[in-house]
Write a protein that binds this ligand. Structure first.
Ligand SMILES: [Zn+2]
Length: 129
């Protein structure tokens, strides 16, 4: 007998919970973050990460060889890194490396849209862009 009375008593308070949502949003409803990039923006972002990875491989190359020189030979980096090397542009672009006059280096992709960055130099120059 007491069980039959208890169940409706528990359900009634639950029925009011959705009404609370009209005030402050429930904590689990966080503001939607910016929409993930799609299409060209997404492939560009993926390519930029690969450029960054190639740059890191080049930095590791310099440390490993002790040569104090970065290489412009992407193929050599690929051979050195082996399976760990990530070097395929999602749009089929070809990567090259140039040494800059300030002794930094820049990783470039042959896809023009992947080259652009806020710093205007083009490509990816570690560590800033
Ligand atoms: Zn690319």
């Amino acid at each position: 007998m007491t069980r039959r009375l208890l169940l409706p008593a528990l359900l009634i308070p639950l029925a009011f919970i959705p009404a609370l949502g009209h005030g402050a949003p429930p904590k689990h409803q966080v503001k939607h973050p910016a929409k993930p990039a799609s299409g060209p923006a997404r492939t560009r972002a993926a390519c930029r990460k690969i450029m960054q990875s190639i740059a890191l491989t080049n930095q590791a190359h310099m440390i490993r060889t002790g040569s104090h020189d970065y290489t412009t030979d992407v193929k050599a980096l690929e051979e050195e890194a082996g399976e760990k090397f990530v070097g395929k542009c999602p749009s089929g672009g070809k990567y090259t490396i140039t040494i800059n006059s300030d002794s930094t280096f820049t990783v470039h992709c042959s896809i023009k849209e992947h080259e652009s960055n806020p710093h205007g130099r083009g490509g990816y120059t570690p560590p800033a862009n």
